[in-house]
Design a protein around this ligand. Sequence first.
Ligand code: ATP
Ligand code: MG
Length: 275
Amino acid sequence: MYKIENLSFKYEKDKYALKDINMDFSKGDIIGVIGENGCGKSTLFMNMTGILKPNSGEIRYNDEKIKYGKKDLYNLRKKVGIVFQDPEKQIFYSKVYDDIAFTMRNIGMNEEDIKKRVEKALEAVNGSEFIDKPVQFLSYGQKKRVAIASVIAMQNETVLLDEPTSGLDPRSTDAVVDIIKNMKKNGTKVVISSHDMDLIYEICDYVYVMNKGEIIKAGNPDDVFMDEKMIKNAGLKTPWIIKIYNELKNNELKNGETKEETNLKTIKTKFAQYK
Ligand SMILES: Nc1ncnc2c1ncn2[C@@H]1O[C@H](COP(=O)(O)OP(=O)(O)OP(=O)(O)O)[C@@H](O)[C@H]1O
Ligand SMILES: [Mg+2]
């Protein structure tokens, strides 16, 4: 698993895009990375996959410092899949089938197994109907789903998802949530960045909050999102379940009564149907 120590990265001289980042991804099964536009989430993911190289600090995967030779990166990418924020970065302008098959062919899998995996992965993203289409004819959301399918098909041990649901319609968003939950069930480690705080709160079991290239808070989702002041300072929003909880709690305080059922767990169960 990933462990990051004192990572700093600059695109330009004198301007840190990431500053002294420390992260331990063994803290959860689905780890959220949140923060406003430009705080460094995508830069972090690109450092984790060796696309960008830190100016200082260390990134370790399974206790080994990541290396940047062609073979080293090839081996890392067999274990770690990434869905880029921009699907254009991921696709090769071939047919959808070949696009998803590309990396599997590269590692020498037989075509019969590849076919099964491609079909299953497309099914998971509601995309079976575009298996034979050229990728350039797909809409943004469809391309995004193909990019996610490519990572599902690889069955990596770790998957980095950089805003996987941005631009997706509600049905496809739900499908992606199911995919992530299934990944967790199958023992795949997921790291996800998103601007959808309700989604992060629902699926993550550990969350890092970034602000201007630094980590300003880390912890379980309840601890992180209960810190309303910090969430506001980071330019983020409180998930609606926590808002309801806070509202009920405040009313109780006003009325001088405390009800046993006003706890987060009960509220999550009670309101789950309205998701
Ligand atoms: N290729 C680049 N050259 C120079 N600066 C860059 C480059 N890419 C990103 N940056 C800068 O680095 C900082 C972090 O950008 P990054 O894309 O990692 O943010 P982000 O958290 O992913 O934002 P978003 O929520 O918009 O996706 C920003 O200030 C951005 O302007
Ligand atoms: Mg980004």
